[in-house]
Design a protein around this ligand. Structure first.
Ligand code: PGA
Length: 242
């Protein structure tokens, strides 16, 4: 594991964008696994800035997002689909057909088929070259929540109270937050050639320590990442030192 500790969120964001930009420059047809949440917003801002300076070309890049609420309409402003349009997809020259996210509006009964199709698409694209990941306060990655087991494939999941509490305030009425989500499983994440996990702020310290501790446990899904061959942990001082 490579560990990069940054002074603050800006530095973390710039560094994260540099790592992704390097991937895209070295492989213009890179397959990126992308994440939503507060942490990657700065990274996307720097990527857009580089693109606007003419330094980056996304025309052959494919992106696959980790997760989406269920049920939610892609046009809902709280959807992760809307987040991605706002922070990245609409601001660079990614082709619409190359931007992927699980469909949160399929209905529970079709969720399993949607998940299987999503995994097939990722496989057909040759797997993920670089997977960007946040980490939940409870150690979740994507919406692979702590529990007695984890799943390999993309799947529907009931969100934990901790995740509901962390994300609820982002909804105008927290009670409107969907209680379920579709998430890429551990399989596609682990098959990624490179994983870039980003964490900032004191409230991620315990999760980061759990990732760095020797124990590997499904009670802290991120702890499994220690087994990944090419993991970069990019965090700020507060997440690292507490
Ligand atoms: P955050 O979410 O970036 O909003 O803290 C990260 C996560 O829950 O994976």
């Amino acid at each position: 594991m490579q560990i990069i500790v940054c002074e603050n969120y800006e530095e973390l964001s710039r560094k994260g964008a540099e790592l992704i930009a390097a991937e895209v420059k070295s492989n213009p047809a890179a397959v990126l696994g992308l994440a939503t949440g507060n942490t990657p917003i700065g990274i996307y801002r720097y990527l857009v800035e580089s693109y606007n300076k003419g330094e980056l070309d996304f025309s052959n890049v494919k992106t696959y997002n980790l997760d989406e609420y269920l049920p939610i309409d892609p046009t809902d402003e709280n959807s992760y689909c809307a987040f991605m349009h706002y922070h990245l997809w609409d601001k660079v020259n990614l082709k619409a057909e190359n931007c992927h996210i699980p469909a949160g509006n399929v209905g529970m009964e079709k969720a399993a088929a949607e998940c299987a199709a999503y995994d097939k698409q990722i496989e057909a694209a040759g797997g993920i070259d670089l997977q960007l990941l946040g980490i939940g306060r409870n150690g979740h990655i994507g919406f692979n929540e702590p529990g007695d087991h984890l799943l390999a494939g993309t799947h529907a999941v009931e969100l934990t109270e901790s995740t509901m509490a962390a994300n609820g305030p982002l909804f105008e009425n927290p009670a409107d937050m969907p209680r379920h989500a579709l998430t890429m499983g551990m399989g596609a994440i682990f098959a990624a050639k490179k994983v870039l996990l980003v964490a900032n702020g004191k409230n991620k310290h315990d999760a980061v320590m759990g990732l760095l501790a020797d124990e590997i446990t499904t009670a802290l899904p991120a702890s499994l990442l220690k087994l990944h061959q090419n993991l970069i942990l990019l965090c700020d001082k507060e997440a690292y030192n507490g």
